[in-house]
Design a protein around this ligand. Sequence first.
Ligand SMILES: *Cc1c(COP(=O)(O)O)cnc(C)c1O
Length: 416
Amino acid sequence: MSAFALKGGVLHAEDVALPALAEEFGTPCYVYSRAAITAAYSAFERAFAPRPHLICYAVKANSNLAVLNVLARLGAGFDIVSGGELLRVLAAGGDPGRTIFSGVGKTAAEIRLALGHGIKCFNVESGAELDRIDRIAGELGKRAAISFRVNPDVDAKTHRYISTGLKENKFGVAYAEAIPLYRRAAALPNIKVTGIDFHLGSKMMDPAPAVEAAGKIFALLEALATEGIALSHFDVGGGLGVPYEPGEGEADLAGYARGLLQLLEGRSETLVFEPGRYLVGNAGLLLTRVEYLKPGAVKNFAVVDAAMNDLIRPALYEAYHDMLPVTPRDGAPSTWQIVGPVCESADFLGHDRALTLAEGDLLAVMSAGAYGFVMSSNYNTRGRACEVMIDGARAHLIRERESTPLLFCHESILPR
Ligand SMILES: *Cc1c(COP(=O)(O)O)cnc(C)c1O
């Protein structure tokens, strides 16, 4: 059952009616369901229960401290891509010993910070990064655990902006260079080689490409073992999708599990995952209010109070988000362009939506839990939306709406 459903003709988040939330916290407002996050995590957990595994939530998908804390309490580890994300994990009560550090551009300061907190592993993306980590670990008198992110050269068959596992992408080390790099790493004094990883891309509904890539990368793990380079974990990245469109099926978690469990049958390596979207994507919505209706000769516009600065996925990836009226009205629907107040033609949340709308109505922009708030900006000097987490019948404000003076408090004018 979805955490977001109509009850008595009004859309609810768990047991809380959305109009009450709009009343209390204003709009636009991100609304997350603790139960939905827990359900997604538990499904993942159950699918891989037969073997040693660790779910490292990809923090970048939604890094609110309350979201991280809910996942930490469920036993999740974390996948971070910056020093800032590490500090968030720590602030949220996450375990640095279950945290892995991904990304192509780790700075010396970030590496120092991560070594200081004893993270589980660096997912290394180049020979130059390996040397930097070795040098810094030496300075700190530590040994850094590393994994190479190897590019499997498999097409995730997803949007070109979110596909990362092809030769032409900036991510990972080339497949052919992996073994020589491992040999070099194994000989470095301040490096401990512990794993191997890959990440194909995002929004995969069909796990076949990920399972195919896992097979290719696992072959490297086996080849390394014959040379005496034994790895203790096998990290298959993230990327499993969630349905965005009405009627779209769920990602094939069972098929994903079947493929990976079969590949690793009889092996003792810990299977590590880096899911982001799968755990939070459908656990959140963006609540917005219709400011104006602008019917036109060619198109009808519904101007809402959320904009591309709040949710950039439609403008950036032409992403589809379902749009539900919070209190559905009777009457024949019209076709609406759902747009925000920002001065850009790309500022839309949805095209050609059949809805019966009136000024002042609330709309729920669905599937906004991942890559929603975290990608929001202050463009047009708009304070970022507040975030609320629902837990049963309770609503917790987990991030205040940004006030306008805050938006320019770090700026200054020139002296006279
Ligand atoms: C973004 C990212 C993830 C998470 O991707 P999802 O599609 O949200 O699961 C995992 N690992 C790495 C290295 C990433 O860059």
